[in-house]
Design a protein around this ligand. Structure first.
Ligand code: NAD
Ligand code: ZN
Length: 246
């Protein structure tokens, strides 16, 4: 077990309100490719060229094929020790909130309860015309799937590049980030503007900030401490040392 920085442990010992922001990197060790890693390409397309409404309108079947493939990967994947550690944080700190950019459902499956899925969930689809919403229980459906109520095309219930965040969700995130004693940033490259802005809000408000990532990201130099390494290793180490001191 890697011994952690003393200041970090001291901050964790007294912290009351802790918030984590997670990105694709926390699920990498569950076998889910990140967008910007070497396995992030699909049929030579970049994620940004697929996860947007224009691409969906041009070719819904192609976009659905990509989602169907990703759904199957997410369904087969298992939460890793990093996800389990995140769920455990809820019983270590008086207040713990998880904000994830991930859509893979692994935090829910690991047992996290106090969670905001900023970009949606890959297993939920919604109608492009009416209010119908459904959970896809299997990955084996005809493409593109149609709404049982109005026969329009369904789309993944995911926030695509260029789409607007739910303002109420953002306000709630800002509120908890502003009050945070500690901010944990895990496995994000910091290239999606809104999550970066949210992280910066907590840093500006004075939270002690920890970035866990094997690489340097755009956030690594803005945080109090960058723990260089894999989240499935560092987070369980952190939990072990926290349970000794709290
Ligand atoms: P990203 O792909 O841009 O970056 C991933 C980051 O994780 C990189 O900085 C990388 O160095 C780091 N990383 C890789 N392995 C790691 C590990 N084992 N431990 C810790 N960090 C590790 O991901 P992003 O910043 O989340 O942005 C991509 C967008 O795509 C997000 O909006 C997200 O919704 C979506 N996305 C989600 C999933 C998912 O649900 N699992 C997967 C791919 C993309
Ligand atoms: Zn409909």
């Amino acid at each position: 077990m890697q011994a952690l920085d003393e200041i970090l442990l001291e901050k964790c010992k007294t912290a009351k309100r802790v918030v984590a922001i997670t990105g694709a990197g926390i699920s990498a060790e569950s076998g889910i490719p990140t967008f910007r890693g070497k396995d992030g390409y699909w049929k030579n397309y970049r994620a940004e060229d697929l996860a947007n409404n224009q691409a969906f309108e041009n070719n819904p079947k192609l976009i659905w094929e990509w989602y169907q493939m990703r759904m199957a990967i997410c369904r087969k994947a298992e939460p890793n020790p990093g996800h389990l550690a995140m769920a455990e944080m809820e019983s270590i700190f008086p207040e713990f909130h998880l904000i994830t950019q991930n859509v893979d459902n692994l935090h829910n499956r690991a047992g996290s309860k106090n969670i905001t899925e900023l970009h949606g969930n890959i297993f939920t689809s919604r109608c492009t015309k009416c209010t119908f919403k459904t959970i896809q229980e299997s990955d084996n459906f005809t493409l593109p799937p149609l709404c049982p109520k109005c026969n329009s095309i369904l789309r993944p219930h995911i926030l695509w590049f260029g789409e607007t965040y739910d303002i109420k969700v953002l306000e709630k995130c800002r509120e908890i980030l502003n009050a945070a004693d500690i901010l944990l940033i895990v496995g994000t490259s910091g290239q999606v503007t809104v999550p970066v802005y949210l992280a910066e809000e907590a840093i500006r408000a004075g939270a002690y900030s920890i970035d866990i990532n094997p690489e340097k990201s755009s956030l690594s130099q803005k945080v109090s401490i960058h723990l260089r390494g894999y989240s499935a290793k560092i987070l369980p180490d952190l939990i072990m040392q926290l349970t000794e001191i709290r």
